[in-house]
Write a protein that binds this ligand. Structure first.
Ligand code: TYD
Ligand code: MG
Length: 443
C-alpha cells in the first residue's frame, strides 16, 4: 500500500517537522512530537447534514441492546446504543477478553453477526477459551487481523451487529510509520473505526491495555474519542472483578457492575452490597459506608488498623483510599478530635478491592481510625460525610439514595452531614456538624 505523507507535530505548540525530534525547536518541550497524517487539502464534505431544532432530538429514543449481563446493562443505563463506542480498559490478565467473548456470544445469538477482532491471541487460544466458556454461537466470527485497512475493508463489505477489537494497541494503519501501540496509531485506528461504526450504527467495543504503572499510550488518548469508558478493576489473585463506568455520553457515569471469575468465565454478582459485606467481622476499626458515584449505591466496609509504631517515622498505608487524604484526616483527628496517631502505624483498607475517590468517605475513614485507636467497636451505623480542615463535616450528594440502600440491608442508624439531613422512615438519621460530634455519638 502506498504510504501517505506524515508529519510530526508538537502537541504543545503545533510546530511541525518531517522528522521526529526529541525536543521541539519552537517551544523547547521534550518528547512532545507525535506523528500525524498530513492534510493535503481541505476536504469538502458532500454529505448534507441539515441542522434540526433541539425539540426534534429530544423526542428521539435510543434502542438499548443487551449484553447478556444484567448488571452491566444497568450500569450502562439499559445497554449498548447502536453506534456507541466503548473503551474497556484494564490491566493484562484481569479478564477483558473473557468478558467480551461472553458478551459476543450472547449478543450474536440475539442480534446476529458479531465480529471479534483479535490481535493479541491466536485463533487456537481463542477457541480454547471459547470452549471453556461454553461459547457456541454460529454468528460469532473471529478475525486474527491487526491491519486497520483490512478491517475497514471488511466492515464496508459486511455490516456486523457488534464489533469488538481486542486490543486497540495491536492495530496499525499502513498510512503511518510509527509502530502499533504508539499514540499516533492508537488514535488513528480508534478514530477511523469509530467513524465507520457510528455511521453504520454498529456498537464498537475497544479493549485498551493498561499497565501496572498506570497508563501506556492508549486509554488516556482514547478517552476523548470514545463515548463510554469502562475500567475493569480488581485484584488479579482474588475472584471478584469490578467494571466501573468512568465516562458515559449515553447515561450516568460512576456506576459499578460486580462480577465473579469462575472456572467457566465471569458471573454477575446481582447484589454487590451483600457481596461486599458477606465476610464482615464486627470488630474495632470497622465502619460502614454507602458509596455512590453513579445511580446505584453500594454498602462498603472501611477498615482501619492502628498499632504501636516500630520506627520513629510511623507508617501510613492504604488500599482503595488516597494515602495523602489519610494523612490529612489523621491531622484533623488529632487537632480537632484529640485522637492521636503520631506514634502509631495506620493501615486503612476499603474491603472488596474497590477504589473510593469521592470525599464522602472521609468521615467513615476517620471514625474507623478513631475506633481502632480507642479499641472500641462501632455499632452498625452508616457514616457519610466529607471532612474539612477545621474538622467540619461537609455535605455529600445523594444522601437519601445511599441511606435507602443501607435500609435494604437492615441498617437502621446513620450519621450524615448536618447540611444534608434527611428524614427516612425506619432509619435513625443523626446529623453532625463537626468530627467531634461524630466521635461523641459513636465512641
Ligand atoms: P483474560 O480474559 O485473558 O484477561 P485479559 O484479556 O484482561 O488480559 O483473563 C485471564 C484470566 O482469567 C486468566 O488468568 C485465567 C482467568 N480465567 C478464569 O479464571 N476462568 C475462565 O473461565 C477464563 C476464561 C479465564
Ligand atoms: Mg486479553
Amino acid at each position: 500500500m502506498k504510504k501517505e505523507k506524515t508529519v510530526f507535530v508538537c502537541q504543545e505548540c503545533g510546530y511541525s517537522s518531517p522528522k521526529w525530534l526529541g525536543k521541539c525547536p519552537s517551544c523547547g518541550s521534550w518528547n512532545s512530537l507525535v506523528e500525524e497524517r498530513e492534510i493535503q487539502e481541505r476536504v469538502r464534505v458532500s454529505r448534507k447534514i441539515v441542522p434540526k431544532p433541539i425539540g426534534d432530538y429530544i423526542g428521539e429514543s435510543y434502542e438499548r441492546l443487551k449484553t447478556g449481563f444484567l448488571n452491566l446493562d444497568q450500569s450502562l443505563d439499559g445497554g449498548l446504543v447502536p453506534g456507541q463506542v466503548l473503551l474497556l480498559a484494564g490491566e493484562p490478565g484481569i479478564g477483558k477478553s473473557t468478558l467480551l467473548l461472553q458478551v459476543c456470544n450472547f449478543f450474536s445469538k440475539l442480534y446476529g453477526k458479531t465480529f471479534y477482532i483479535s490481535g493479541e491471541e491466536s485463533p487456537t487460544q481463542i477457541s480454547m477459551r471459547a470452549k471453556r466458556l461454553g461459547v457456541d454461537s454460529e454468528n460469532l466470527f473471529v478475525y486474527p487481523e491487526t491491519n486497520l485497512e483490512e478491517i475497514v475493508y471488511l466492515l464496508e463489505e459486511e455490516r456486523p451487529s457488534l464489533l469488538v477489537v481486542d486490543s486497540i494497541q495491536t492495530l496499525f494503519s499502513s498510512a503511518l510509520q510509527s509502530s502499533p501501540g504508539s499514540v499516533a496509531q492508537v488514535r488513528e485506528c480508534a478514530f477511523r473505526l469509530s467513524e465507520i461504526c457510528k455511521e453504520g450504527d454498529i456498537p464498537l467495543l475497544l479493549v485498551g491495555q493498561v499497565n501496572k504503572e498506570g497508563v501506556v499510550a492508549g486509554p488516556k488518548v482514547l478517552e476523548h474519542i470514545v463515548d463510554t469508558v469502562l475500567y475493569f478493576e480488581g485484584e488479579r489473585f482474588s475472584f471478584y472483578r469490578l467494571v466501573k463506568v468512568v465516562k458515559n455520553r449515553f447515561g450516568a457515569g460512576g456506576n459499578v457492575a460486580v462480577f465473579k471469575m469462575s472456572s467457566s468465565g465471569l458471573e454477575e454478582v446481582p447484589e454487590p452490597s451483600a457481596f461486599f459485606l458477606q465476610e464482615r467481622v464486627h470488630s474495632p476499626g470497622s465502619v460502614l459506608f454507602s458509596h455512590t458515584e453513579g445511580s446505584k449505591p453500594v454498602i462498603l466496609e472501611v477498615q482501619a488498623l492502628t498499632i504501636q509504631a516500630l520506627y520513629t517515622t510511623p507508617q501510613r498505608r492504604t488500599q482503595g483510599f488516597d494515602v495523602n487524604r489519610l494523612a490529612l484526616i489523621l491531622a484533623v483527628l488529632e487537632k480537632e478530635g484529640k485522637i492521636f496517631t503520631r506514634d502509631k502505624d495506620v493501615f486503612v483498607n476499603i474491603v472488596g478491592g474497590i477504589r473510593v475517590e469521592e470525599p464522602a468517605v472521609d468521615l467513615a475513614v476517620a471514625m474507623a481510625v478513631a475506633s481502632s485507636v480507642k479499641d472500641k467497636k462501632i455499632e452498625d451505623v452508616l457514616v457519610l460525610g466529607e471532612v474539612g480542615l477545621s474538622g467540619e463535616v461537609r455535605s455529600v450528594h445523594s444522601v437519601e439514595e445511599r441511606l435507602k440502600e443501607g435500609l435494604r440491608f437492615g441498617f437502621r442508624r446513620a450519621i450524615v452531614p448536618k447540611g444534608c439531613h434527611v428524614e427516612l422512615q425506619g432509619m435513625d438519621v443523626l446529623p453532625v456538624k463537626h468530627i467531634r460530634e461524630a466521635i461523641d455519638i459513636l465512641l
